[in-house]
Design a protein around this ligand. Structure first.
Ligand SMILES: Cc1ncc(COP(=O)(O)O)c(C=O)c1O
Length: 448
């Protein structure tokens, strides 16, 4: 039985027309296993973007399904809003304390990545209130950064086309600064010089706002929606120092990069940096059930006395949902048992090298870059100017890859790859072949 096309029209997203070249009925995803997905019409595709860089453990893991079933029967729901807790939530929080760097030991669960960032900003605000610094409320973020689709996170979003409609609803005065974007901004200098320049701009932005009014700086270690921008190693260390110097909290948004995606458990580990708060989602359950968290350092938790009676950050109805936390525990068990973080590093290296070799010298490829299993090719005009290739041309790669049997994510100037971390060598090679053939075809069309 297939899905009725009229039923699909009831989905709000039906009008998004992200894949205008396919009918709604062709885009009904029916089942998935490992790195493969099948549409209802039977098309088999290599999932080169793990859904939305979510399904780290791979599709169809029965262990997670069984953990979900067992927990659902035992205790499907009980709130944690009034100091109740449950075993999966406590065990997952304790597990996160061992996996995350430094003394990031205190977890507040939520449901989506957006909410994790809301909680992170709220934790920061309450910390400063507890410290008697009630003016500290601003949150500085990066141009190109994306932290969620709530009105609060749109205030720190660095992608203006997404937030314009909500401008009247947003608090004013949240400065955005440029991240170090080596391919576009390195010029004739070095990466280290670029980091220094951008760090200076960040420091100046905080000083201009007034450090006594700034609560936190939030940033993705790899700027994902903004185009898989990979700041040089050293950037986060510089940010950490500025935050320490100016008494501002550092929030790392690891919603995409967390749980092995970049070849480390968390992307901040590439720099050896411990943020004050880390927000996570996606890979925490590999998407089997929604779950997210804001994880805080000891000093934040210590700002509130053990015997405090007054609530600080308000948890939502589904915070620390027992079934979601059971899914998280089962997911992390798989990641450890199957060494998926090490696999992400190894397969990410293979994907990067394979793609560099296959398309790195093509006229329309400006750069192929990667960190673990976040790999992309940035496209440029074929006239040698180095100018970004028109987004409508880049988007054609979605279809070209689909026709060859893979789902990729071509937006703006980059075609992005972030497959499940369980990907094998053969599957990496297949993905490289498909992306290379798709880019080759596009180049032929543009230079004909
Ligand atoms: C870096 C980052 N932060 C936050 C979010 C928002 O997460 P969610 O869509 O689960 O609310 C996303 C979503 O893609 C993201 O990439």
């Amino acid at each position: 039985m297939t899905t009725n096309p009229d039923a699909i029209k009831h989905l709000w997203t039906h009008k998004t027309q992200d894949h205008g070249w396919l009918a709604d009925e062709d885009l009904v995803v029916d089942r998935a296993e490992g790195v493969w997905v099948w549409t209802e019409k039977g098309t088999k595709l290599l999932d080169g973007f793990a859904g939305l860089a979510v399904v780290n453990a791979g599709h169809g893991r029965r262990e997670i399904a069984e953990a979900i079933a067992e927990q659902t029967v035992r205790l499907a729901y009980y709130p944690t809003t009034r100091q109740f807790s449950n075993r999966p939530a406590a065990e997952l929080a304790a597990k996160l304390a061992t996996l995350t760097p430094g003394d990031l030991d205190y977890t507040m669960f939520a449901v989506s990545g957006s909410e994790a960032n809301e909680r992170a900003m709220q934790m920061a605000r309450h910390y400063w209130l507890a410290k008697g610094k009630s003016n500290k409320h601003k949150v500085i973020s990066l141009e190109g950064g994306y932290h969620g689709a709530t009105v609060g996170t749109f205030a720190i979003c660095g992608l203006p086309h997404m937030t314009q409609a909500y401008a009247p609803l947003q608090p004013a005065g949240f400065a955005k600064v440029k991240p170090p974007y080596p391919f576009r901004d390195r010029g004739t200098g070095t990466d280290a010089e670029l980091v220094e320049r951008r760090a200076r701009e960040l420091r100046e932005a905080i000083e201009k706002e007034g450090p006594d009014t700034v609560s936190a700086v939030i940033m993705e270690p790899v700027i994902s929606s903004g185009g898989f921008v990979m700041p040089p190693i050293g950037w986060l260390t510089a940010v950490r120092k500025i935050c320490d110097d100016l008494e501002v909290l550092m929030i790392a948004d690891e919603v995409i990069t967390g749980f092995g995606r970049t070849g480390r458990w968390f992307a901040v580990e590439h720099d050896g940096v411990v943020p004050d708060i880390m927000s996570v989602a996606k890979g925490i359950t590999s998407g089997y059930i929604p779950l997210s968290a804001a994880i805080a350092r000891r000093k934040l938790a210590d700002a509130f006395p053990e015997d405090a009676k007054q609530e600080n950050v308000h948890p939502n109805t589904y915070a620390a949902h027992p079934v979601a936390c059971a899914a998280g525990l089962a997911n992390l068990k798989i990641m450890e048992k199957d060494n998926l973080v090490a696999n992400a590093e190894a397969m990410g290296g293979r994907l990067l090298e394979g793609l560099q070799h296959a398309v790195g010298k093509k006229t329309i490829v400006g750069e192929v870059r990667g960190r673990g299993l976040m790999v992309c090719a940035e496209l440029v005009k074929p006239d040698g100017s180095g100018q970004p290739l028109d987004g409508a041309e880049v988007a054609k790669l979605d279809r070209k890859a689909w026709d060859r049997g893979a789902i990729v994510y071509a937006r703006g100037q980059v075609v992005r790859l972030a497959p499940p971390l369980c990907i094998t060598r053969d599957e990496v090679d297949k993905l490289v072949d498909i992306v290379a053939a798709s880019i080759g075809e596009l180049e032929n069309e543009l230079t004909r």
